[in-house]
Ligand binder design. Sequence first.
Ligand SMILES: Cc1cc2nc3c(=O)[nH]c(=O)nc-3n(C[C@H](O)[C@H](O)[C@H](O)COP(=O)(O)OP(=O)(O)OC[C@H]3O[C@@H](n4cnc5c(N)ncnc54)[C@H](O)[C@@H]3O)c2cc1C
Length: 379
Amino acid sequence: MFPDVVIIGGGIVGCSCAYYLSREGVKVHLVERGSIASGTSGACEGNILQWDKQPGIELKLGIASAFLWETLAEELPLDIEYVKKGSILVAENQEGLDSAGQIVKSLQNEGVPCQLATREDLLELEPNLAPDITGGAIFPEDAQVQPMLATIALGQAAKDQGAVIHTFTEVKNIELSPERSVVAVNTTAGRIPTRAIVNAAGVWSNAIGKMVDLDIPVLPRKGHIVVTEPVANIVNCKMMEAGYTQAVESDERGLAIAAVVEHTLSGNILLGSSREFVGFDRSVNPDVIRAIVARALRFFPALKNIHAIRTYAGLRPYTPDHRPIIAEADTVKGFYVATGHEGAGICLGPITGKLIAQMLTGQATDLPIEQLSLSRFDD
Ligand SMILES: Cc1cc2nc3c(=O)[nH]c(=O)nc-3n(C[C@H](O)[C@H](O)[C@H](O)COP(=O)(O)OP(=O)(O)OC[C@H]3O[C@@H](n4cnc5c(N)ncnc54)[C@H](O)[C@@H]3O)c2cc1C
């Protein structure tokens, strides 16, 4: 039996699409050239944040997806280490505090619960914070998952609903009809006839797009993470420094570092974050690691007595306007694109999968999707 749709990519986005499509009774095949979560979804953190989203469609996607994660944590067949522990934004000077104030004001206007916090408020929540911070903000709705477990759980649930998952199978090319409709996907394991494709190949989406002469403007934006040995609670919430959004929104090609410190349920602390454009190189750069550690120590001096046990780097799928692409291509019938989530793909995976399922099954979408089109990048 031929599938109704072939999803390319077994990261959080592809597995979310597989989950929501198969839940609608759509016959899905997912093709992944490595194992599930072998791309960026296995080399990241699992923060589900609202405060880092711009008001408008980005924040709407964030709020809708946070709600879906809460439900998925109950529904999925594996424990995904979902915890809604909130996050804090910490400023080390007045400029940072002003920026936190603007974020709080704009989110409160959108009905997101959050508040400005004094230094004393923050030290009460996080007694291990450096005592010389200026203040910041508290976002109680923020949550986290273990991203690899979450991706695997979505893939497993899709399989339980009838999806077929082909791992260690690479898509080599795509066949179109003379009218430019999707006809088949050719893989290292053979030809799969289908009328629809979802390109969920993360930073590799552009290479998949080229197979049908489409330019998908996604670039790899590298990020490093340091993992510490498991320890008793040093960090209660997730902590980000006030300069984080500037690092995300900047399009600078050089290295940007902003402290992110997060305790996981297994006891390891994750230290981030860096952003730089260095192509597809996923090797770990010791200079970047040193810079991340120095920034984390600035905010949590108690970390100096804890050992780092592992480092890794992943590639965020960046788009020039910092919004994902969730759309059917105008010029190739049946070719859907779900990519470009940059540093928010774990957070936005579920809503992306749900919107793609609604588009493919002809339902009204939960959110307006015009601003997520691929054609917005046309000259
Ligand atoms: C350091 C770091 C920290 C991050 N922290 C967070 C965070 O806290 N919260 C958050 O929401 N997001 C975070 N992100 C971003 C998030 O990880 C990404 O947005 C997300 O993982 C992208 O998922 P994806 O499914 O689009 O891509 P991927 O996970 O990369 O999946 C794409 C898949 O496509 C496969 N593929 C490619 N080409 C082919 C082919 N020809 N045939 C078959 N398969 C193919 C690849 O093997 C890959 O597995 C972070 C990222 C990094 C790097």
